[in-house]
Write a protein that binds this ligand. Sequence first.
Ligand code: F6P
Length: 502
Amino acid sequence: MATVDFEVLRNAAARLQSAPISKLIADDPARAGDFALRAGALYANFARQRYDRTALDALFALAETADFPGAMQRLIDGDTVNATEGRSALHTALRGDLSPAPVAHAASAQAREARTRMAALIDALSASNVTDIVSVGIGGSDLGPRLVADALSLPGARFRVHFLSNVDGAAAQRTLAGLDPARTAAILISKTFGTQETLLNGTIVRDWLGDDGRVYAVSANVERAAKFGIAPERILPMWDWVGGRYSLWSAVGFPIALAIGMDRFEALLAGAAEMDAHALKAPPRENLAFWHALTAIWNRNAFGAATQAVLPYDERLRLLPNYLQQLVMESLGKSVRLDGAPLREQTVPVWWGGPGTDTQHSFFQALHQGTQIVPADFIGVVRNDDPYSENHQALLANLLAQTEALANGQANDDPHRAYAGNRPSTLLLLDALTPEALGQLIALYEHSVYLQSVAWGINAFDQFGVELGKQVANRLLPALRGETEADDPVTAALLAELKLRL
Ligand code: F6P
């Protein structure tokens, strides 16, 4: 891959410094339609970004230099894109069979087989007296299932699905309160089956269920799950070729399938597969994943945006920011290139957000008048499924209003009442919040993240950064029990303070 020259982007941004978004649109009104595209059930409009056609040319030239099409092909073919761990990242094979490459094809077959087993377990649970499911997992073994189950579950669903992630005992206490062990089943989800939080919470739930309790597991480490006492026929597989944060499409989605039904889980996968085909095959200028990734790079590397907001205008997508925080920041929070050399460019900004309209009444003041410009992804759903159409119209009006107000601003002689505008956003619209559309949306973000990593020359699929904290916590646990001393003087002082008050 030829080296990407980010200086070109900075020069383009410097040229646009004196051209606010409102002027870019006034000078080129056709961009309202030309900077928009559709992929399946998704429509995206980039007209309120701070680039013009010349800057876009530079961005698409970058995509060519970085070989985005080749990178997509390598991902889907199961090449070793996770070079630091010597693995492929075949989440696309979990939801389709797009590649003739033997490794990808074989992965697809394994995923299908696992889904067949999962469907049989769901049938058996449906025929039982179980009403509640407790899903125990953390990070990638929690955030995706939690998001999708929350977004797509319908009133009157066969099972109530609860999620337990935090190692704080209060979380276990709250989750189990009001549940009946005789009518509850638990699923322990952990790729490694070595995660402290999940093992501690899993032990609480297993003991609470009692000897005849129904405990299932999803793991790549069947041996450890079996040692924990879970019957082999109740252990569904995971594989090292799927990263935790890319795994909701696998048996990690067991709680999703229980919450929304197997048919709708399959529809979610089909939607994601449609986005995979789009990201792989659509020409660059018609490729939504390319546009999204290039826009992220533009805001970060050309304008130096330190944070990025994600603002779903749909209550059912309220967990999307939490999910994306792991997907984006665990994937792209790197400061060395694949070859180990330090990066000269900034990588991921801090991703944060929350649902509109609630957040309009919390942090939007800073978005409109704060000193930092925060690019935002606004996400809306065109058709509502609730009976309150007047509310839906208000929701959509707010969505459109915010993107317009942030971009255009409003002059006022009183500086306190003036809005500078020129705050960029992308608008993503789903036709309706169907499983297919949600699958497309999540897969879009996965591919955008990967393409950003390709441009920066980093590995989107490892996460060594989370290991040190885990190691130190393991070392400090005996110190907290009073069995050892802490080496670090500040930690030692803090431990002494804790012990005084415990
Ligand atoms: O937070 C670090 C991490 O390793 C994530 O990447 C992963 O999704 C999570 O922990 C849970 O890991 P596991 O599925 O192995 O329990």
